[in-house]
Design a protein around this ligand. Structure first.
Ligand code: CTP
Length: 402
C-alpha cells in the first residue's frame, strides 16, 4: 500500500535509548511513500546518526537552528508549515517539560512552538520519571493544548527497572500516524464552515450594539478542523484573534447581515458549526450621521435573521451536519433541548455562561453536546481549554461524517 503519498511527516527524535526504535517507524512511513524530514536534538545524536536516518527516510535531517539560517535551507517557520503532522518519538521528560513551558531554545522546540499542525508525542523514560507529578502535570498541560500522547507502555526498561515508561511499539505508533493522515486525506474532500465571534449592529457611523463574545471557541474549532484536513471556512465577526493557518479561508464581517451573506455564499458545505454570538436585533433604521446629544433617545430594534435557522432549514443546501451553540445562564438542559429541535440542528453544544472562569472571553470552557439522534446520549466535555474542547468536538465530527 502506497497510500501516504503526498503526506509530509516531520519526525523529531530526542535523546533516549528507544531512539533506535524510531528508525522502524521511519521505515514504515517511507514504505508507504510518506515524505519525511527529521530533526535530531543534540542528545539524540548520541543514540542515532543522521546518516542512518537519511538512508532510511531519503529526506533531510536537521540538527541545529543555525543551519536553517543558511538561505538555501528552510527557516523554522517554513519547516513547521511544511508538515502535515509532527511526531516526537521518543520524547523525554526534559523535552516534555520544555514544551510545557513554551521553550524555544533549540530547533525542535522552536519548530513545535511555531507549529499549527497536529503534534504527536511518544514518551519514553524511566518509570519513576514517568510517574513523577511534575511530568504528569506537564503532560496534562500539553494534552490541554491539543498534543496527542501515544503510550508509553508497561514493560522491562533499559535501566533494568520494570513499569510504565517504555515507548510504545513502533508499529502501534506508525498506525496512529497512519490513521490520522489517512483521515486527513478523506477530510480534504469535506467542507466545513464555522461562524464565530460577536456581531456589531450599528446605531450610527460610530456607535454600535455588540456582546462579550471573543470568538475563541469558534477559532479553535476552525483550527482543529483544518488540522484534520477539512476544507475550512471561518466567518468571523469582529475579533482580535489571529489565524496563522493559511489553509483556513477567513472571512471577516461586522454585522449579522454581513455574516448571513457570507454564510450564504459559502454554501454548500458538508458541516456547519454556528458558534457566533449573533446579535438577535439590529437597529431598524441606521442613522447616516452621528446622533447628537439629546435629552432622551429611543432606538427601535428589529429582529436579525437567524443564520443557523436559515441554513438548517435550507431545502436544497442543508449541510449533512448542522451544529448550533447555546449559551445559557439558567435551565441549560431544558433550553438546549428546545434549541436542538426548534433550530433543526443535528447537535447543540451548550455552555453555561453565568460562570466567570469559562465561556465568554475565557480560554476555558465546559460544554454538553445534545444530539438529535436519540441513539446518542448527551455528552459532557468537562472543564478544559477551548483548544482541547475543539479537538474533542472535531473527533466526534470526524467519526460521524466519515
Ligand atoms: N444564531 C444564528 N443567528 C442568529 C442568532 C443565533 O446563527 N441571528 C445561532 C448561534 O450562532 C447559535 C445558536 O443560533 O449557534 C443559538 O443562539 P442563541 O443566541 O443562544 O439562541 P437564541 O435563539 O437567540 O435564543 P436566546 O433567547 O437564548 O438568545
Amino acid at each position: 500500500m502506497k497510500n501516504l503519498s503526498n503526506k509530509k511527516v516531520l519526525f523529531i527524535i530526542c535523546g533516549g535509548i528507544s531512539a533506535y526504535k524510531s528508525l522502524e517507524i521511519i521505515r514504515l512511513l517511507k514504505k508507504n511513500n510518506a515524505e519525511i524530514k527529521t530533526i535530531l536534538t543534540k542528545s539524540a545524536k548520541e543514540f542515532v546518526t543522521p546518516l542512518s536516518i537519511t538512508s532510511l527516510s531519503q529526506g533531510k535531517v536537521y540538527d541545529d537552528l543555525f543551519n536553517l539560517e543558511n538561505e538555501t535551507e528552510m527557516d523554522h517557520i517554513t519547516l513547521s508549515r511544511w508538515a502535515d503532522l509532527i511526531i516526537v518519538a521518543p520524547i523525554t521528560a526534559n523535552t516534555i517539560a520544555k514544551l510545557s513551558q513554551g521553550s524555544s531554545e533549540d530547533l525542535a522546540s522552536t519548530v513545535i512552538l511555531a507549529s499549527n499542525k497536529q503534534i504527536f508525542l511518544a514518551p519514553a523514560m524511566n518509570v519513576r520519571m514517568w510517574e513523577h507529578q511534575s511530568t504528569q502535570d506537564n503532560l496534562k498541560k500539553l494534552k490541554n493544548y491539543g498534543y496527542k500522547v501515544i503510550g508509553p507502555v508497561i514493560g522491562d526498561m533499559a535501566c533494568g527497572e520494570y513499569g510504565e515508561g517504555k515507548m510504545s511499539n513502533p508499529t502501534d505508533i506508525y498506525h496512529e500516524i497512519y490513521n490520522f493522515l489517512s483521515k486527513q486525506t478523506k477530510n480534504r474532500k469535506i467542507k466545513a464552515l464555522v461562524t464565530a465571534g460577536p456581531t456589531k449592529e450599528f446605531i450610527d457611523p460610530v456607535r454600535y450594539i455588540t456582546n462579550k463574545s471573543s470568538g475563541k471557541q469558534g477559532y479553535e474549532l476552525a483550527k482543529s478542523l483544518s488540522k484534520r484536513g477539512f476544507e475550512t471556512t471561518l466567518i468571523s465577526g469582529p475579533s482580535n484573534l489571529k489565524i496563522i493557518d493559511e489553509k483556513i479561508n477567513l472571512i471577516k464581517v461586522e454585522t449579522a447581515d454581513e455574516m448571513l451573506k457570507a454564510t450564504q455564499k459559502s454554501l454548500p458545505t458538508d458541516v456547519a458549526i454556528f458558534s457566533a454570538a449573533v446579535a438577535d436585533f439590529k437597529i431598524d433604521r441606521q442613522n447616516q450621521d452621528k446622533i447628537k446629544k439629546q435629552q432622551d433617545l429611543t432606538i427601535k430594534l428589529e429582529k436579525n435573521i437567524d443564520i443557523l435557522n436559515y441554513v438548517s432549514n435550507h431545502n436544497s443546501m442543508r449541510p449533512k451536519l448542522v451544529i448550533g451553540f447555546a449559551a445559557e445562564t439558567n435551565d441549560l438542559i431544558k433550553n438546549a433541548k428546545i434549541k436542538l429541535s426548534s433550530k433543526n440542528c443535528d447537535w447543540i453544544i451548550a455552555n453555561d455562561v453565568s460562570k466567570k472562569d469559562r465561556g465568554f472571553d475565557s480560554d476555558y470552557n465546559e460544554v454538553t453536546i445534545f444530539y438529535k439522534d436519540s441513539k446518542n446520549k448527551d455528552e459532557k466535555l468537562s472543564f478544559k481549554k477551548k483548544s482541547k474542547i475543539s479537538e474533542e468536538i472535531v473527533d466526534r465530527i470526524t467519526a460521524q461524517i466519515n
